[in-house]
Design a protein around this ligand. Structure first.
Ligand code: PLP
Length: 410
């Protein structure tokens, strides 16, 4: 493990790749099945993969490709991929249906809906996952109960009510404690906990969610081929609990056996639990606790997913802990593209990877890291902008208002 000197408030460490065991639950065959499940759903469309060619040229990189997940099922984030797939798998199991031979639409007929009407799903969420899960439950005629951490902006809670949640509450708990509360309510009431993170003894459903996320990685591979790119050389994946990063990296570890892209896991500095775990270098995941603050609401999670942490530990090389200005920078770059590059509306939890990449390429303080990461004119970088504008007040403050000095590089 190597720890780079803190520069511009950014902490980065690197570790050796240890690709002894493949995460087989994210293999290509399973990912293809998951993708065909998603593509059978009404409203499914492949989300755009945008080439930021002018930005790449400016930064001295061969290519930068951004997958814009704000378009996913019209729900403004990638998260529904996991909620949908997990709820589908739970329902198939309850009804004794073969999930490979069943489509989501099959579950929406009146006879089946009648059998499902007493099923209740519960989850804790900073916003995006709850919206996807409530949307999926509603489509099947089931109830969903959603707990949100303190400090959640009302507009995010309303967005979940708007897609048909039965009950949405902003609690006075932090995210990790809200998850514990959802889990205990599920146990007490016989509800189904659909949580997008795993812990010992609760792994099957989170693993379905992680499998759900492979669809966007799978689509990106095909879209890169259309740009004549065989394989990205670098990935920047943002992490809250690490399910999304685990799903994407686990899929690429299977697909590009022995030679996955050079991957950086990027987190908010105040809640960098994957970074902390890699830094401890003891193979285990470690939590960050306390009253954690960041504008990256979707990444504000202090406890790693124990089922995906081993993938991040074994297949990522760099772990970065970034102040909030880094994601604000990424959001602004995508909102004001260079030349004929396409504009991307990216929210606080979707842009930190691009913000970090731009700083590494442009700031001499990060030159050692740029060299270590082998970022140069042969590099093709893939980034997932995992959400659109999910907090319009926060988005305006960053993009149009720009009066908060802490959201700029000093
Ligand atoms: C927009 C967005 N991006 C990324 C993430 C991170 O996903 P994970 O918690 O699986 O690391 C989240 C989580 O809620 C999110 O909402």
């Amino acid at each position: 493990m190597k720890q780079f000197k803190e520069q511009l408030g950014i902490n980065i460490i690197s570790t050796e790749i240890n690709n002894k065991s493949l995460p087989l639950f994210l293999c290509e065959e399973i990912a293809d099945n998951v993708r065909s499940f998603h593509s059978s759903i009404k409203g499914y469309e492949v989300t755009p993969l945008i080439s930021l060619g002018n930005l790449a040229k400016k930064l001295g990189i061969k290519g930068i490709y951004v997958k814009d997940e704000s378009y996913r099922f019209g729900l403004n984030s990638f998260k529904s991929l996991g909620g949908l797939y997990s709820i589908f798998k739970i329902v198939c199991e309850k009804l004794n249906l073969d999930s490979k031979k069943t489509t989501f639409n099959d579950l929406q007929n009146l006879e089946i809906k009648e059998k499902l009407k007493d099923m209740v799903f519960i989850t804790a969420t900073d916003g995006n996952h709850g919206k996807g899960a409530a949307w999926a439950a509603n489509k099947l005629g089931c109830k969903s109960i959603v707990l949100m951490p303190k400090g959640t902006v009302e507009v995010r809670a309303q967005a979940i009510r708007d897609v048909g949640a039965y009950e949405v509450t902003i609690t006075d708990l932090n995210y990790d404690d809200a998850v514990r509360k959802a889990s205990s309510l599920a146990d007490k009431n016989g509800w189904y906990l659909v949580q997008d993170t795993a812990w010992e003894g609760y792994e099957d459903i989170p693993n379905f969610i992680t499998q759900g996320y492979t669809t966007m990685a799978n689509e990106a591979c095909d879209q890169l081929q259309e740009y004549n790119v065989e394989k990205p050389t670098h990935l920047f994946l943002q992490a809250g609990v690490g399910s999304m990063a685990g799903g994407v990296l686990g899929y690429y570890a299977n697909k590009y056996k022995g030679n996955p892209p050079i991957t950086t896991i990027v987190e908010p500095k105040t809640v960098a639990c994957i970074y902390k775990s890699a830094l401890a270098d003891d193979g285990k995941s470690h939590a960050v606790t306390g009253d954690l603050q960041t504008i990256m609401a979707g990444l504000n999670c202090g406890e790693p997913n124990t089922a995906t942490y081993p993938i991040l530990r074994d297949y990522a090389t760099y772990y970065a802990a970034c102040p909030d200005f880094v994601t604000a920078r990424g959001m602004r770059i995508m909102a004001a593209p260079l030349g004929n590059d396409e504009k991307i509306i990216s929210g606080e939890s979707g842009a930190v990877g691009l913000g970090l990449l731009s700083l590494i390429m442009e700031r001499k303080e990060l030159g050692e890291i740029k060299e270590d990461m082998k970022l140069n004119s042969d590099s093709v970088v893939l980034i997932f902008s995992t959400e659109g504008n999910t907090d319009p007040i926060g988005y305006d403050e960053i993009i149009y208002d720009g009066r908060n000095p802490s959201l700029f590089l000093k």
